[in-house]
Design a protein around this ligand. Structure first.
Ligand code: ZN
Length: 449
């Protein structure tokens, strides 16, 4: 939350994801009165950045949401899906409680109706690099963050009396050299930087190694007569994997007979939004679209929106690549596919994204011999692969390059990282004041007296 020129500006309003304790944090009161917020600048449509917008609106926010048009479209599907999952979860809990003789129904964090109401708060859309005057003394500019479609870093130039301060919020910064998106565009100068540190303590493997690893893991599992399960985030990662598979077929790295199921209504909708906004993609990819060769499609690709179609996949014992959410296996259809494949030596599970502590994905990656799904202990016998080069996040080297590319920085705030990542990253920033604020901390960013 930034207060300047008599306005209150919120940058993102995300949802905690991961362990149960973290998830419960979502229902706690905001540290401010939602009705007092004038603008919400949305950097991108990931749930940990936009996920509590419906709650914010339900609790009184009547201000304007500013975002790129791709972010706006993606946020609508992400929030509708999140609301649906929460309604489902509250029904499930009510059912469990009834079993214990308790008739209480826990309220969902927000409903689908709340999500739709919050969509009315979306106002102006912005183009990358084009300044927008929000109010007297407040100008914002969005820069392509190269993280997911429509993602942005946002610079706020705030003027009070004779003083102007520029504050740059990184949003999530992309991993340069990714196949679908252009690299993050340099945002120039800023007095103060507030930046993410998700991978502040490590670097990723290169994307090309990761793609090769993906092909070989798929080839091996299919050769054994098993399936491949890819728990995947619906935005970006799903489309990147589709793109890699498309290229794999083109280059004879995977069999053209490959049967691929995109088993996620949200990922299907996101893929369609990518196709509509192909001008925002890497120029090479944009050209493919223009030439009529949709690089997100392949011959054996099936979109399964309906539950019945999704359940039918459970009967396939071999030869299928199944992509489903959620990426961290905390919910969603992927849990059914894990239940049917995790115990089979011939199958493979390939993790291609971040897995927070406390999640099933993390347990499997850390070598659990069995995991609990639907109240059952499922032994882990399939081969397990972690391919981290697909990360939509900049690694340490790229975060540093991004930060060093910004001129005139006096102060850097590190946020959005686990504590070890932030501490490690802070060691590399010697040229300016570094802060690692805790929730609720307040800083005066005015020029020194
Ligand atoms: Zn993100």
């Amino acid at each position: 939350m930034l207060e300047c020129a008599n306005r209150r500006i919120l940058v993102d309003c995300g949802m905690f994801q991961g362990s149960r304790e973290l998830t419960e944090e979502n229902a706690t009161a905001f540290d401010f009165d939602p009705a007092s917020v004038d603008f919400l600048l949305l950097t991108h449509a990931h749930l940990d950045h936009c996920g509590r917008l419906p709650l914010l609106a339900k609790r009184g926010f009547r201000g304007e949401v500013i975002a790129t048009s791709a972010t706006r479209e993606l946020a609508h599907i992400v929030l509708t899906d999140a609301a649906h999952l929460q309604e489902e979860e509250s029904r499930r809990q009510a059912y469990q409680r009834r079993g214990r003789g308790d008739e209480g129904v826990p309220a969902p964090l927000y409903t689908i109706l709340d999500a739709f109401n919050s969509f009315d708060r979306f106002g102006r859309t912005v183009e990358y690099g084009q300044p927008l005057d929000l109010a007297p003394g407040i100008r914002v500019t969005f820069f392509d963050a190269g993280h997911i479609l429509g993602s942005a870093s946002v610079r706020v130039e705030a003027t009070e009396g004779p003083h102007t301060r520029s504050i740059l919020f990184s949003g999530d910064i992309g991993n340069a050299g990714r196949p679908l998106l252009p690299p993050p565009s340099p945002p120039g100068t800023a007095d103060i930087v507030v930046m993410e540190t998700t991978y502040g303590d490590r670097n990723h493997r290169s994307i090309s190694d990761s793609v090769e690893e993906l092909y070989s893991a798929i080839g091996a599992a299919l050769g054994r007569g098993g399936n491949v399960i890819i728990p995947t985030f619906a935005l970006e990662r799903a489309q990147e994997i589709l793109f890699a598979l498309h290229q794999g077929v083109d280059r004879s790295k995977v069999t053209p007979a490959l049967q691929v199921f995109l088993d996620s209504p949200m990922a299907i909708s996101a893929t369609e939004i990518f196709e509509r906004h192909s001008e925002l993609l890497n120029p090479r990819v944009t050209r493919l679209f223009r030439e009529g060769d949709d690089p997100l499609r392949l011959p054996g690709l099936h979109f399964t929106r309906e539950t019945a179609d999704s359940m039918a996949i459970n009967r396939i014992t071999g030869g299928a690549v199944i992509m489903a959410g959620s990426g961290m296996c905390t919910g969603g259809r992927v849990r059914h596919h894990l239940r049917h494949n995790l115990w089979r030596e011939e199958s493979a599970v390939i993790f291609v994204g971040f897995a927070a502590h406390g999640t099933i994905a993390r347990q499997i990656i850390d070598g659990a011999k069995q995991v609990r799904l639907f109240g059952e202990e499922i032994p882990v016998r399939s081969s397990i692969h972690t391919i981290n080069g697909f990360s939509a996040h900049a690694g340490q080297r790229e975060l540093l390059a991004w930060r060093r590319g910004i001129g005139g920085v006096q102060m850097t705030f590190l946020v959005h990282g686990e504590e070890t990542a932030m501490n490690e990253f802070a060691r590399h920033l010697q040229d300016c004041q570094v802060e690692m604020p805790r929730s609720g901390d307040i800083f005066d960013l005015g020029p020194a007296a």
